[in-house]
Design a protein around this ligand. Structure first.
Ligand code: M6R
Length: 397
């Protein structure tokens, strides 16, 4: 029991015996929990990503020294070099952030095995963790019950756990062996946006650090370091110049009841995250699929009640995604293409972003999807910050 008076907090246990507690000061910026003129916290949180991402990167990405590193991992240089297997654990958007980052870790660290696990599944499986594993535990709130249960199980097996957490002082942050705060600031809206961006960035820094320890080629590392450093400006550019045009496109699709998101490679987790964002705030039934799976089932869904979001990246898989798009067009689909390519794309609507990023452009495309989902949900008159049936922290199963 805490009896709060103007000048004191008096703590007692259930037998009314006085308790002493260690007081920790949590730095809180009151403006961070106000809407600051935006209609919804969600829009405010999407728009503040350049700033929150700069906080994630601050002091951790130093392009002038070709260096990126996270403090607080509590791993020796030898322990870092010896890592052969990484398991990334999370739920919902944190899981998709981990999935996107897993592609970057695989690209950065030759020979590294990366598994990404949904916490509610992993905790009931008889899983194995090979020697020289570390577990990266992802959570915005740091309180998600399933993620916490996995953390405890992995620790019980003697595997090092590293947290990638937003909420300072949260349970997961206190129980991990080491790790980092992503410093995205309070996320009020139930739909997670800025935490995703900062989690992917923090995991990518971890990948660079691991790659540096293992001696990956400097050229690849420098490309990642430069792109990480440029990411806040690139997102800012898109938010500043394309917010209104994204709104115009989104509002045309606000009356549909079904949507399919498709992407290949790094855009596959982005497609799933786009579908999650849309469904939870708009209540449009949405699914995210790997582009290559189209002919294995989802193509049957294409009709006039559906729209499709096709994510296309200007890379070696561009033509493959264009073929998927053509298959949908041939069946009379309604495709919104979201791309960083300047090539001709035949779709009902095309949202092109202007970015110099190559490796990290999926993070920018995801920001476009966040705005797209927000404007659809707002046009439908939904309570976008507090969607029905959902809670911000899922502290029970
Ligand atoms: O706090 P956490 O990151 O552990 O939360 C995980 C999920 O509950 C969360 O990402 C949820 O899926 C969001 N509502 C997605 O926007």
């Amino acid at each position: 029991m805490a009896v709060c008076t103007a000048g004191a907090v008096d703590l007692k246990d259930l037998d009314a015996q006085p308790l002493t507690a260690k007081v920790e000061q949590v730095e809180a910026d009151m403006s961070a929990i106000q809407k600051q003129g935006y209609d919804h916290f969600l829009l405010k949180e999407i728009m503040e990503q350049p700033t929150t991402l700069r906080s994630t990167l601050n002091g951790r990405v130093i392009p002038a020294e070709n260096r990126a590193q996270l403090g607080g991992l509590n791993l020796t240089a030898d322990e870092l070099r010896d890592i052969e297997h990484v398991v990334i654990i999370g739920c919902g958007t944190s899981y998709y952030a981990g999935m996107l980052a897993s592609y970057y870790l695989e690209q950065l660290v030759d020979g590294l095995t990366v598994d990404v696990e949904i916490a509610s599944e992993l905790r009931y499986r008889s899983f194995n963790l090979p020697k020289n594993s570390v577990a990266l535990v992802l959570s915005q709130s740091g309180e998600t019950a399933d993620t916490l249960a996995c953390l405890r199980e992995v620790r019980r097996r003697g595997v090092k756990t590293l947290g990638v957490i937003n909420a300072v002082g949260s349970t997961i942050a206190r129980e991990v062996d080491g790790g980092v705060y992503v410093h995205a600031g309070p996320e009020i809206s139930v739909a997670s946006t800025k935490a995703f961006t900062s989690q992917v960035a923090a995991l990518t820094i971890f990948g660079v650090q691991l790659a540096q320890a293992k001696g990956t080629s400097a050229q690849l590392l420098n490309q990642y370091i430069e792109e990480l450093a440029a990411l806040p400006d690139e997102i800012e550019h898109v938010l500043k110049n394309q917010k209104d045009s994204i709104q115009q496109v989104a509002e045309k699709y606000a009356t549909y009841e079904h949507a399919l998101f498709l992407g290949r490679d790094t855009l596959y987790p982005v497609a799933m995250e786009g579908a999650l964002k849309l469904k939870e705030i708009s209540y449009i039934q949405a699914e995210g699929y790997a582009g290559g799976e189209l002919k294995h089932g989802p193509l049957a869904l294409v009709d006039d009640r559906f729209f499709e979001v096709m994510l296309l990246q200007n890379d070696w898989l561009f033509e493959k995604s264009v073929s998927n798009l053509a298959e949908i067009n041939a069946r009379g689909g309604h495709v919104v293409a979201i791309t960083n390519s300047h090539k001709q794309i035949d779709a009902e609507a095309v949202i092109r972003i202007d970015t110099k990023l190559e490796r990290l452009s999926p993070i920018v495309l995801n920001v476009v999807q966040q705005l797209f989902a927000y404007y659809i949900a707002a046009a439908r008159g939904n309570d976008v910050d507090q969607p029905r049936n959902l809670a911000k922290s899922v502290t029970v199963e």
